[in-house]
Design a protein around this ligand. Structure first.
Ligand SMILES: [Mg+2]
Length: 281
């Protein structure tokens, strides 16, 4: 059995806000951050603001406390736990940073459910200042799909390609969940037997709406945490059904649609239909 890999974006997909904005706003540095991001990459601006925060006497513990108050999207924690119990390989691909993501996931008891977190590196230096670095070398990497929706420090499409090329793991069916512009490139890299779950009315969904036929994976939108959990778990159950019954690849789409339909009244749709269909959830 190939199995299922679930790849989560973090901000506004697991967390119910943007973790960078949550800390910047929570510490009172919104104006400086806005000034910086108007002239430089977001990732670099975050590193500079962390230096400013440190120089004002705000400690790394203060930042961690702030992060622990950030809200998760309701139902996402239980979706993560159940998906893991069903044998799924869970990963994160995020343009936040290691310190923010690990602090939040640890606080909610979720960190150990993930086998891999792909995000911008960070470290606390000897002075106690948080440093944040780009995921890719800014001078040598660009978007693998030649899009301007990927930030210069991270092309999530490159990460999906690396995962797909990694032997046995690469054969797992991927379910990708995201909300932002940066989640569009990895959505384009998914295969016909993968799935993408864009957050409805958010930038990645809007980009997909421009030409859904560019997405080879099946699209299931979600608007809130309850819908995310129900759709995700139904997909996992349905994929497991298809794989347990050793369904021929050519017939699996039809079986998957039927299985989804029977289990949840959820209708499997092609990318072309995905945004015009009223789904009775
Ligand atoms: Mg996001």
């Amino acid at each position: 059995m190939a199995g299922v890999m679930i790849v989560f974006d973090f901000d506004k997909t697991i967390l119910n806000c943007d973790s960078d904005n949550w800390v910047v706003d929570g510490m009172g540095f919104t104006k400086l951050f806005e000034e910086l991001t108007s002239t430089m990459p977001w990732n670099l601006a975050m590193d500079i603001v962390m230096g400013k925060i440190h120089s004002q006497g705000i400690t790394i513990d203060d930042i961690a406390d702030c992060l622990r108050r950030a809200p998760l999207i309701p139902h996402v924690a239980s979706a993560i736990k159940i998906a893991h119990s069903l044998g799924c390989d869970l990963r994160i691909v995020s343009d936040a940073n290691v310190f923010f993501i690990e602090t939040i996931l640890k606080h909610h008891g979720l960190l150990d459910f993930f086998s891999e977190i792909n995000t911008n590196p960070s470290l606390v230096d000897k002075q106690g200042r948080l440093r944040i670095f780009p995921y890719h070398d800014l001078t040598s990497s660009s978007c693998i799909s030649n899009l301007d929706s990927c930030p210069s420090n991270m092309c999530k499409g490159r990460i999906i390609e690396r995962i797909k090329a990694n032997g046995e793991e690469g054969n797992k069916r991927i379910i990708y969940l995201g909300d932002g512009k940066g989640d569009y490139c990895p959505s384009l890299r998914l295969r016909t037997n993968d799935f993408v779950m864009p957050r409805k009315d958010y930038p990645v969904w809007e980009l997909m709406c421009c030409d859904p036929s560019k997405i080879k994976a099946k699209i299931y939108e979600w608007s809130n945490g309850e819908e995310l959990e129900r759709t995700l778990l139904n997909l996992i159950h349905s994929i497991n059904f298809v794989e347990d019954h050793k369904v021929d690849f050519n017939k699996s789409d039809a079986i998957l649609s039927t299985a989804l339909d029977c289990k949840s009244q959820l209708v499997a749709v092609s990318p072309h239909e995905a945004f015009n269909l009223s789904v009775p959830l």
